[in-house]
Design a binder for this molecule. Structure first.
Ligand code: SF4
Length: 74
């Protein structure tokens, strides 16, 4: 199943740790909040993505099924 990163903007406090761990898919805006790549996590980055999710101190980052994203935009 394809997965993408998703962030809960209420829970995220802008630590920026996720962007340090996964700069290929996560950039920070000028306030230090994550901007997620609008694409699925490629297989070669899956382990790093899981680590970024586990490491988020506020549990704001998650891996979501891509089908969920398509449903949410309808
Ligand atoms: S590590 Fe978590 S709290 Fe910090 S910027 Fe990333 S998603 Fe937000």
């Amino acid at each position: 199943m394809n997965r993408h990163l998703a962030v809960n903007p209420i829970a995220c406090t802008g630590h920026g740790l996720c962007a340090d761990l996964l700069p290929e898919l996560i950039k920070l805006d000028e306030w230090g909040y994550p901007i997620l790549a609008d694409r699925d996590v490629p297989a070669e980055l899956a382990q790093l993505a899981r680590r970024a999710v586990r490491t988020c101190p506020t549990l704001a980052l998650r891996l979501a099924a891509t089908a969920d994203r398509k449903e949410a935009t309808r």
